[in-house]
Design a protein around this ligand. Sequence first.
Ligand code: CO
Length: 307
Amino acid sequence: MKKRFSAVLLIVMLMTLVTNVVGCGADKAQATADKKEPTVDKKGILVVSFGTSYADTRKVTIEACENKIAASFQDYEVRRAFTSNIIRKKLQERDNIQIDSFEEALTKMKEDGFTEVVVQPLHIIPGEEYSEKIIEPAAQFQDSFKKLVIGRPILTNIEDYKIAAEALKVQMPELKKDQAVVFMGHGTHHPANACYSCLQLVLNDTYDNVFVGTVEGYPTLDNIIPQLKEAGVKEVTLMPYMLVAGDHANNDMAGDEEDSWKTILKKEGFTVKTYIHGLGENPEYQNIYVQHVQDCIEGNPMGLSEE
Ligand code: CO
């Protein structure tokens, strides 16, 4: 009798133990699952530009590009950063508009639990702004996300130049023999200034009488004027080769001051027309940025073809 009771007791004890162990195991599995990162990734696209304090052009260039990117990648949240501290300060003080710097924006995305981030610059060339304000500071965020990919500016690989040249057709006027388009690029002391000369050569494959100069690099307008005369050009249409039509386009290019390109060309005897629209307004340039984001998502941020 006593033995039997002990056996029953033993069985009950064993069953309790087994149940506990199994239960405990299940609890443990649950705890591990809770600790795991969410299985659904939080994905974001940070669109980075130099920025502009001109509200009108900001809306139709930077904002339009951001909106097109947002519409193209609906499972990504699109955010904005400006690299220019001067512009950000001006917007804050004058218009009470707060815009993050690149580092601030990435820090917030980290805090907000983003797991995948595509950084898409709206820059034209891979120059100083791109390398020092985006590539370099991004390095410290590599461990902040499961995936952090940086897209490329408009003019990066050779195919990009051809696409950029083709995309200008949208805004290019029909040119007679004595008419020309002169683009004002920004220009830089950075080695990427060579991009403008490469662009000129690629444009020559498609267009006659289309020239690229720069405000702060090489070539300058002085280099272009003899070429215009040589080609028998009488009328010049000035266009910015910049994302926005801001200070440079409105003043250095199309302003009435003595040293504006418009004034200089008029003095040289040319009839001058101005087209004051940034490349960001050109729907084909907006599409280029969308494609560069797509390339990032596909793991090919430099857009190199497989050969
Ligand atoms: Co400038």
